[in-house]
Design a protein around this ligand. Sequence first.
Ligand code: ATP
Length: 341
Amino acid sequence: MAGEPKIRLDHVSKIYQGAEGPAVAELTLDIDPGEILVLVGPSGCGKSTTLRLINRMIEPTSGRIYLDGDDVTDVNPDQLRRRIGYVIQQIGLFPHQTIAENVATVPKMLRWDRKRISTRVDELLELVGLDPRVYRDRYPKELSGGQAQRVGVARALGADPSIMLMDEPFGAIDPITRESLQNEFLRLQEELRKTIVFVTHDIDEAIKMGDRIAILGEQSVVHQADTPERILAYPVDDFVRSFIGAGTAMKGLAFERVGDLDLAPFDEGRNGDGKPVGTITADATLFEALEEMLRTADGKTVVVDESGRPAGVVELSHLSDALRTAQDEARRHYDELGAAS
Ligand SMILES: Nc1ncnc2c1ncn2[C@@H]1O[C@H](COP(=O)(O)OP(=O)(O)OP(=O)(O)O)[C@@H](O)[C@H]1O
């Protein structure tokens, strides 16, 4: 991608005291402004260490770290952390402080005046979907897990940092709340356009949240860093293939929209048995189209416009063609990369 990366890790290594080998070995990775880069990999591969190297909660043993092109490897870590929001799994809210006090942590450190802090706290609580009048004066123990996690996000956004580091932020939340927090967060990100480094060990979460995903092996070795579409279409090695697991073709269909297809003409909305076939709209994904075909046991589904009028038909062959096109594109991309290196 053109332009300067927001974050650059340049041959960064970390060897913990007394450890036999490095937890992170010679990691080089660029993170672009405004993207969500997900670090995903097996337990113990060095994801959290990598994240904490970025805001220097952990000091690198060697290598350089750049933010906006500036070498920050030796900058005072306190100053650095005010520019970088940090959200962790168990939130780490201060139990004896109210929600408002928790959210005000960084603005207080920056010595903002009282009025400005109070306005900012209300704004942040609104932003994460919590009514300040209800939640401001509560204590963390008076919140559900999902609400506490929202407060964690609000606190990390305190002084409007341009970078957010998120370490399994939705990891300890039940699956339903987790899904709605993921969706809310993606909506928020549309507005905020922060540069986000997001750690998870869950490949499905990575596919959903990431503009790009870096699949890490032992010692944070990058096996593949690319868009979810490309990783699904073209895993570069056996490690990536086994990590992303079964169902890659199906998962890949979630990235294509029915509206982008050259639809077959609509003749009649019935299958061979005379039963009506299912319908979807043009903004549906190919995954949803497939689901509809399976649900109604048809090899096709009718696309309808807003007034319910048929606009064309999606057939199974559209799905396999779309997958093949994605695979061809990814293969060409990696061939070109290989030729260039
Ligand atoms: N403070 C520490 N001191 C010594 N070794 C550590 C320390 N923190 C982590 N490690 C080791 O470094 C390696 C990487 O740990 P890290 O927590 O970064 O992995 P991870 O990929 O985030 O794991 P998980 O998904 O299980 O949280 C592990 O072998 C771990 O035991």
